[in-house]
Ligand binder design. Structure first.
Ligand code: NAP
Length: 429
């Protein structure tokens, strides 16, 4: 079996390409059903975030499987495959495994060390379990990746200082508008990102905040946590009024379509400057807003400007994590390699067990009816004991072979020496 990851990320594709391939939670079930219907795709898990869309897969044949998955992406995003290819990355086996460990640890994130990715990896595993995308191998890989992510956060200083896309957005906004105290800020979206935005903006002395959300309850609950400042709340139908009064607008909803575009924004601005910071993917702010005079619009890709500033110190912290990643990778590889031996061990057991049963039967029939039930069970136990003891060493030795080549050689030797069915079947193929 082959482990592979096929996808795109903030490192390989701009937001306008990433948003076409975003697979939101309600579409995961259909995507998994389609992917697992392909002949060479055995398991799949979908990791879709603002910075990446990755399909982690187990393939019975790497070349054909990768072709099927790449075609799926082109069809899903409605992007010609030639246009998509330069943005895709494809990693296999050890590289694919290491990639997921790095992603889960926040080491492949735009904001190095950010913590949200770990929850997103957990979410990807839960969704694929729910829709029967993952089997034995991906379940184990994702669980190991989550364990690695937790270790990296607790055993190194990479997570120090609450870093997130939201904190970077608040920082970028402050680079453009240094004094938040006199600023009217509107936030559209009161989910996880909205919550973090409020936190970071308040810590940067923002006091005039309007928070809009599709459902008012979530906005009210969040505002109630900041009773010392006056956060006004409302639903999306108040957007025009809330944007009209704002100097800065942050958008962070999971809407699949832009909530702000040049038509609904034009009446709100009347020629005054307005800064829009959109951290959503797919984008909440249509790119046509920049046609309006005085409007400046920033996307998640613009956060690179902020992130570059503190990346060097974080990169040093990331070095601390390398040892943990190596350890976890080796453990996974050891387990993954041992899967190869399962069928050889099982053929060997089956063959030896068949011999034991035949020989026992012969011996018992020779002994005849005088032999009591108690004696029969002693002889049977004896035969089992001998078989188990003889098999113990070859099986242990086979499992202990850590590198793939010596494991393969050991399996072939066993198959030849014991004339195992598996060998004959392989020869016929
Ligand atoms: P979340 O916690 O699930 O919250 C989703 C928010 O979007 C809620 O406020 C929800 O309103 C609102 N919403 C959903 N569908 C909507 C629609 N059709 N129209 C208007 N509002 C809608 O999600 P999140 O993690 O905050 O992510 C929000 C956006 O930020 C996404 O585009 C995501 O890609 C991006 N982002 C997320 C992260 C991250 O680490 N999570 C990082 C960077 C960027 P209700 O409360 O009424 O449901």
């Amino acid at each position: 079996m082959n482990i592979a990851v096929i996808g795109l990320s903030h490192k390989t594709a701009p937001v306008e390409v990433r948003e076409k391939l975003s697979i939101p939670t309600p579409k995961v079930e259909g995507a998994i059903a389609r992917l697992t219907s392909y002949p060479h795709v055995k398991e799949v898990s979908i990791l879709s975030t603002c910075n990446r869309l990755e399909l982690h897969v187990i393939l019975s044949d790497a070349e054909n499987g990768i072709r099927e998955v790449t075609q799926f992406l082109a069809d899903y995003g409605n992007v010609p495959i030639e246009e998509l290819r330069p943005h895709l990355f494809i990693l296999v086996q050890q590289d694919a495994i290491m990639h997921l460990l790095r992603v889960s640890s926040g080491l492949d994130s735009l904001v190095l060390g950010e913590g949200q990715i770990l929850a997103q990896v957990k979410h990807a595993l839960a969704e694929s379990q729910k829709h029967k995308g993952v089997g034995r191998i991906l379940s184990r890989l994702f669980k190991d990746a989550i364990k690695t992510g937790k270790r990296v956060r607790t055993e190194t200083s990479i997570g120090t200082g609450a870093v997130s896309v939201s904190s970077a957005a608040a920082e970028l906004a402050q680079m453009k508008i240094p004094n938040f105290t006199d600023c009217h800020i509107t936030i559209i979206g009161a989910g996880k990102m909205g919550r973090l935005l409020v936190k970071h903006l308040v810590s940067k002395r923002a006091v005039n905040i309007t928070l809009l959300n599709r459902s008012i309850k979530r906005a009210d609950e969040l505002a109630a946590e900041y009773s010392h400042i006056n956060i006004k709340t409302g639903t999306m139908d108040l957007m025009e009024a809330a944007v009209t009064g704002a100097d800065v607008v942050f958008t962070c909803t999971s809407s699949e379509h832009p909530v702000l575009h040049c038509d609904n924004l034009r009446p709100c601005i009347a020629g005054r400057p307005l800064n829009l910071f959109d951290i959503s993917v797919p984008r909440n702010v249509h790119k046509n807003v920049t046609e309006l005079e005085g409007v400046k619009a920033y996307t998640v890709d613009d956060l690179k400007e902020v992130v570059a500033k503190n990346q060097e110190s974080r990169r040093q912290m990331a070095q601390e994590a390398e040892g943990i990643l190596e350890q976890e990778l080796n453990q996974f590889l050891k387990w993954f390699g041992s899967l190869d031996t399962v069928s050889t061990i099982s053929s060997l057991r089956t063959k030896v067990e068949a011999i034991r049963e035949q020989e026992l039967e012969k011996a018992l029939s020779r002994l005849g009816t005088d032999f009591s039930e108690k004696h029969r069970s002693v002889v049977e136990a004896l035969s089992r004991g001998i078989v188990n003891k003889i098999l113990h060493d070859p099986m242990t030795q086979l499992r202990a072979q850590e590198d793939a080549e010596s494991r393969k050689q050991a399996m072939e030797t066993l198959q030849v020496l014991f004339n195992l069915e598996e060998k004959k079947a392989a020869a016929k193929r």
